[in-house]
Unconditional design. Structure first.
Length: 443
């Protein structure tokens, strides 16, 4: 994006056809039957030059298929909604349209954004490793050069995990600062709109345009621009020195610490937090999000939304759910069942109190600093357990912003190594400034 907009207006018009042919070629080359990550919405119709309204005008983007787009067929990559035609546009699409961004199409994902592995999508860096989920299509389309940025959703690392596995910058913003109106909900108190891009300064330009108040989303809060920049970085010593972190990741940590010190940041080695803390918060996230998923997915019961057959006569409520479960994936059914068991076993309101206590504790730790965390552990990649997201879900539990970015490359695994920086409410723009400085500086 920054490479495109460096041209002046007349030069941009001359280069526009070249850019159009480039993206058309990349999509034709990589978005085939063996690597389907993007549903194109009439390329020639949408890819047209428009007036410059903002710094993101005429930039091609894609959007995850959990966001409503008028006239589009299917939603959330679910067979339950195969014939569902969307009848309105989500707020995020309207904002980008008003800024004259170029919409290319919708990305594939794990069904209803439930999953961490990107089912059916291979990693462009290493085909033996999954692409990450649930925003797998969004990450791969940016990584393969099919678009400049992609809009995804982050409920428990769904943007940051695939962005990291593809060597990109992934943003999970402060909860409620980007409108979720028109987005299929999985766990309402965790869901956020996320963005995947190659460069932090491009991401900064995008969020400045889309973090605006929307009356249709009652969970929204006005963004506070008067947040002071902090000069301290907290590094959880026990996390990076644990058996979960390999030697290549530790070498990259030294590189990042060197960058912070050379830019006169104070680096604090924090010993109060270890992996048990993140395992606890991850377990809390899974219980709460699974409970919320029951009510969120209840509407897809083949009566209000979902598969309907004129031949089938429903005799009782069990018949309804038998038909519904027939068209849902195993991962979605497992999450619903886990939510039912959790609801019987735990008191939801007591769990929310634990969540609030955790948020206060983290806020106290990060009052005057940011924290650097891994995004995933290489040891968890092969095991495919729920601990793959144990460093990510803490940001969703607390509602705090977190941004992942590439810091190196693993020769052993054949994929990028990424870290994430987390702050407290409204810190995302300052975090992006730090990452932008890191990307522009050779360490």
């Amino acid at each position: 994006m920054r490479k495109i907009h460096k041209y002046n207006f007349k030069t941009f018009i001359n280069y526009f056809k070249l850019f159009k042919n480039y993206f058309k070629f990349r999509i034709a080359k990589y978005n085939n039957n063996n690597f389907k990550v993007l549903e194109i919405h009439n390329f020639n119709k949408y890819y047209k030059f428009s007036k410059f309204k903002s710094s993101i005008s005429n930039i091609p983007y894609t959007i995850k298929n959990v966001f409503s787009k008028k006239g589009s067929l299917n939603l959330a990559n679910s067979r339950v909604l195969t014939n569902y035609i969307q009848f309105f546009n989500c707020t995020i699409y309207n904002i980008l349209k008003n800024n004259n961004c170029i919409f290319l199409g919708k990305n594939v994902l794990d069904e209803f954004a439930i999953g961490s592995y990107g089912t059916g999508v291979s990693n462009p860096w290493n085909s033996n490793i999954f692409a990450g989920g649930s925003s797998s299509g969004s990450a791969v389309s940016v990584s393969k050069g099919m678009c400049m940025f992609s809009i995804g959703s982050d409920t428990g690392g769904s943007v940051r995990l695939p962005a990291s596995l593809n060597g990109l910058v992934g943003l999970k913003p402060t909860y409620g600062t980007i409108s979720r109106y028109g987005m299929v909900s999985f766990a309402p108190t965790f869901d956020t709109v996320g963005i995947i891009c190659s460069y932090a300064d491009d991401l900064l330009n995008i969020i400045k345009k889309i973090q605006i108040k929307d009356k249709n989303d009652l969970t929204m809060t006005s963004f506070n621009n008067n947040v002071l920049k902090k000069r301290k970085i907290l590094i959880p010593y026990k996390v990076f020195n644990s058996r979960y972190i390999d030697y290549e990741t530790k070498n990259c940590l030294n590189k990042v610490i060197l960058f912070f010190l050379s830019n006169k940041y104070e680096v604090i080695y924090f010993k109060k937090v270890d992996n048990y803390f993140f395992k606890f918060s991850n377990s809390l996230y899974y219980v709460l999000s699974s409970i919320e998923s029951i009510s969120s997915l209840a509407r897809f019961d083949s009566i209000r939304y979902g598969y309907k057959s004129k031949k089938i006569i429903y005799k009782n409520i069990d018949d309804i759910y038998k038909i519904r479960d027939k068209y849902l994936s195993n991962s979605v059914i497992d999450r619903i069942n886990y939510g039912k068991i959790s609801l019987e076993k735990f008191n939801y309101f007591k769990l929310q109190k634990k969540r609030e206590f955790l948020k206060k504790k983290i806020k106290n730790y990060l009052k005057n600093c940011y924290t650097l965390l891994p995004v995933f552990s290489f040891k968890e990649l092969s095991s495919k357990t729920k601990n793959i997201d144990m460093y990510n879900t803490i940001a969703n539990l607390t509602g705090f912003p977190s941004v992942c970015f590439r810091v190196g490359y693993s020769l052993k695994m054949g994929i990028p190594i990424c870290f994430q920086i987390m702050g407290i409410d409204f810190d995302e723009r300052n975090i992006l400034d730090i990452i932008s400085s890191f990307q522009n500086e050779k360490v």
